[in-house]
Design a protein around this ligand. Structure first.
Ligand SMILES: Cc1cc2nc3c(=O)[nH]c(=O)nc-3n(C[C@H](O)[C@H](O)[C@H](O)COP(=O)(O)OP(=O)(O)OC[C@H]3O[C@@H](n4cnc5c(N)ncnc54)[C@H](O)[C@@H]3O)c2cc1C
Length: 456
């Protein structure tokens, strides 16, 4: 008996990783991608966020190594930077600068999104050879609907994007929606008579702007300036391949960064961090600034009991997106790929697989969701203005103290980074050593000036 056929909608990062997770577990994978991939790594329309700074967190790196051993090294060989936090990444939190030392726990990756996706795609396609799974990539083809009924999805309707716009049907035992933020799956499911998933949205109204520069003399550190209540504007400055650096600016509603090149430096100046401002003045812009506004946290609860027809699941941005300021989405795509691979290894494609895998994928995004939404809820347009209850006040008090201590205290800082870099679940923040230091030691401020040298 065959193992079954899968169709993956969307050949971006999550779709490629999902295809990679399926290798050896199904007979065929058809990856449907509406764009045509460029010959060399380059921006493409289907991934509009691809011009913006994309840092890949340590939790994602670990999961990627488990899924495809050596792939982090391949990214570095292709030009990506490996950056250790907090040694190579200095961060200004709302209470001041965090200490800079070598902790050796959190390696991150920084490169353009185009390089990242192309390197992962090349590896997955290479692994397909000899895996026992035949992989076909349908480029220039868009999914336009699902086949089947309310209880079971049995395939995908696709249409070529060339002049003929020929439509055809792709039957499948499993359909994975990896079509990103703009996924139309809720509408497609409704067309089959299936209920649309419950949606949760928390929108802090963050606006983004990114411009590429070439420094004459690069800094030896990434700089991250987080928005804070008295200055709800932020910046991140990080190297990518080829000697270029990306500057991403952000601001909440009413404080959105400019998309005019002539105004970018002025915005940076308003952050009151002369190190970054003076450095940028010596750098040559090599792209215009690009804006991005759709930054809400949105979760579609496909994992709720009975929410899914058999044979369908949604992964990564198609199921759950995050405010990009926390840099989590790619790591979640990899964690979801790993969760999918583990479910397949346990049981293969059996009845009920989609619901089990969907729950595992949802768990893979839980930490990112809780941290992003926890931080954004007070800024949301529909923020609850009723006075918080005692439990809520206690939680805010604890996490406020913890975040402040994390800037200075290596024990609390290690736990804070473990969770925010998606290498551990939120319970790590409540472990006895962390809780005692948070509660019993005095509240602290961070450093006043950016730590330009690594502590010895
Ligand atoms: C401004 C910004 C900055 C970000 N910064 C970071 C960061 O620093 N670190 C981080 O980890 N994450 C970051 N993210 C999040 C990250 O970009 C996403 O989480 C990630 O791209 C999700 O991958 P995906 O494959 O689900 O979606 P996408 O990368 O969006 O890919 C979706 C794919 O589906 C294809 N597609 C769509 N519809 C169809 C269709 N109907 N038929 C066929 N193909 C289709 C598209 O062409 C595309 O190739 C950022 C996001 C934004 C918006």
């Amino acid at each position: 008996m065959g193992k079954g056929d899968a169709v993956v909608v969307g050949g971006g990062l999550a779709g490629t990783l999902a295809a990679g997770a399926l290798l050896g577990h199904v007979d065929t994978v058809t990856l449907v991608e509406r764009d045509r991939y460029p010959e060399q790594p380059a921006f493409r329309k289907g991934v509009p966020q691809g011009r913006h700074l994309h840092v890949f967190l340590s939790g994602g790196r670990r999961a990627l190594e488990e899924l495809f051993p050596g792939l982090n090294g391949e990214l570095e060989a292709a030009g990506a930077h490996r950056l250790e936090a907090p040694r190579d990444v200095i961060t200004k939190a709302p209470n001041g600068w965090q200490r800079r030392f070598h902790e050796g726990r959190h390696a991150t990756t920084s490169c353009t999104r185009a390089l990242f996706d192309a390197t992962v795609r090349a590896r997955v396609l290479a692994e397909a050879e000899g895996s026992g799974t035949r992989v076909e990539v349908l480029q220039g083809t868009e999914a336009i609907g699902l086949l089947g009924g309310a209880d079971r999805v049995t395939g995908v309707r696709v249409r070529a994007r060339d002049a003929g716009r020929t439509a055809r049907e792709l039957p499948a035992d499993l359909v994975i929606d990896a079509s990103g933020r703009g996924s139309r799956a809720p509408k497609w499911l409704a067309e089959l008579g299936a209920p649309a998933p419950r949606e949760e949205v928390v929108d802090a109204g963050i606006g983004y702007c990114t411009q590429m520069f070439r420094p004459a003399e690069p800094l030896d550190m990434v700089m991250v300036i987080q928005p804070r209540p008295d200055c709800p504007r932020g910046a991140a400055w990080s190297p990518v391949e080829g000697g270029n650096w990306l500057l991403t600016l952000s601001g909440v509603r009413g404080q959105h960064p400019p998309t005019e090149s002539s105004e970018v430096l002025g915005f940076v100046k308003s952050l009151n961090e002369p190190t970054l401002y003076e450095h940028l003045r010596t750098c040559e812009p090599v792209s215009p600034p690009y804006g991005f506004r759709d930054t809400s946290n949105r979760r579609r609860h496909y994992d709720a009991p009975g929410a899914l027809p058999e044979g369908f699941l949604a992964v990564s941005d198609a199921a759950c997106t995050f405010n990009p300021i926390y840099g989590q989405g790619m790591a979640v795509a990899v964690l979801s790929g790993l969760a999918l691979r583990r479910c397949l290894a346990e049981s293969g494609l059996r009845p009920g697989f989609a619901a089990t895998a969907q729950r595992a994928v949802a768990r893979a995004s839980d930490t990112a969701w809780l941290t992003a939404v926890g931080a954004d809820r007070p800024y949301a347009a529909d923020a609850d203005t009723t006075p918080p209850g005692a439990a809520e006040r206690l939680r805010s008090w604890y996490f406020g103290r913890l975040a402040d201590r994390a800037a200075i205290d290596p024990v609390v800082g290690a736990a804070f980074r473990d969770v925010t870099y998606l290498a551990a679940g939120p319970s790590r923040l409540l472990s006895p050593g962390v809780a005692l230091r948070t509660v019993l030691l005095p509240r602290v401020r961070g450093l006043t000036d950016p730590p330009l040298r690594v502590e010895s």
